[in-house]
Write a protein that binds this ligand. Structure first.
Ligand SMILES: [Zn+2]
Length: 290
């Protein structure tokens, strides 16, 4: 009888230990899981404003964010009679508002292709339009929002159609900023952060104090060979509408991506390791925002 009790006690302890370990793992950002999210997004095909792929991707983002217990608002609007949609996921009710954003649309044409016959084909958008959204989805799965903070994860439409049919860049982010009622304390934009050969340089239009803050995290995590502590490019991206409105904003982008705006922007050029590195930086940086 006693032996049997001991047996069940040991079984119970083992069960508890397993449950605790699983709980701990669930709080860790997984580059592999982010890569799975990316694969699902790519299965929708090109996500071009107004097309079915973009609509299906938006529905998937909304469902996944809600499954991960975020409250989701769809921001519908039109540009040139094309229906556009930003997706805003919110969590936490502290006083300090932090926004982390990325675009989820993909460019309608591959105008950086050398081969003329491919230049009218859409960009598959594994890195450009896919990687940022995948990292934000994985963040939504694992993130603990700091107590004094309210965090928004925002997926912008129509970043990547600049110079096509007279469209500008960052139409979605621009609309979002003009509708914004609250003042974000900090905004971080990520774009093209999944290249297997990851080289994210400090970006020249970003708010210097925020760049310093993020690269302190990079140094703590010893990731300086992937996020290089040197300024290189000045980019037009979704951080500009925030900067123009006077908000503190930084952009993380790897612009040394040989497949940028080509038909070869495919998942085999993205690595789960790169998604992991950027995820680690974001989780660490966000945990310090209280
Ligand atoms: Zn692009």
């Amino acid at each position: 009888m006693i032996n049997r009790r001991i047996f069940f006690f040991v079984l119970f302890i083992l069960f508890l230990a397993t449950a605790c370990t699983q709980g701990k793992n669930a709080n860790n950002f997984s580059g592999d899981q982010a890569y799975q999210y990316l694969q699902t997004l790519l299965d929708f095909g090109p996500r071009i404003p107004g097309n079915t792929g973009r609509e299906n991707a938006a529905a998937y983002l909304k469902t996944t964010l809600e499954e991960n217990a975020w409250s989701v608002t769809l921001q519908d609007f039109q540009f040139d009679e094309t229906p556009l949609q930003n997706i805003i996921a919110k969590k936490g009710n502290g006083d300090t508002l932090i926004i982390v954003g990325t675009h989820y649309d993909t460019r309608a044409v591959s105008d950086q292709e050398n081969a003329v016959e491919k230049q009218d084909d859409p960009v598959p958008g594994a890195n450009d339009g896919g990687s940022g959204a995948a990292v934000l989805l994985e963040l939504s799965r694992v993130l603990e929002v700091p107590e004094n903070t309210e965090l928004w994860l925002v997926f912008f439409d129509a970043e990547d159609q600049g110079n096509l049919n007279g469209w500008n860049w960052s139409i979605g982010a621009d609309y979002f900023v003009h509708q914004l009622q609250e003042r974000p304390s900090k905004t971080l934009i990520i774009d093209m952060i999944g290249d297997e050969d990851l080289n994210i340089y400090q970006e020249k239009n970003s708010t210097p104090s925020l760049v310093t803050e993020i690269w302190k995290v990079v140094e703590d995590l010893k990731y300086q060979s992937f996020l290089i502590p040197q300024f290189k490019y000045a980019m037009m991206d979704d951080h500009l509408p925030f900067l123009n409105a006077g908000y503190s904003t930084a952009l993380l982008i790897d612009f040394d991506y040989p497949y940028w705006h080509t038909t070869a922007d495919t998942i085999d050029h993205v690595s789960s390791r790169s998604l992991q590195i950027v995820g680690d930086v974001l989780v660490q940086w966000l945990s310090e925002q209280n």
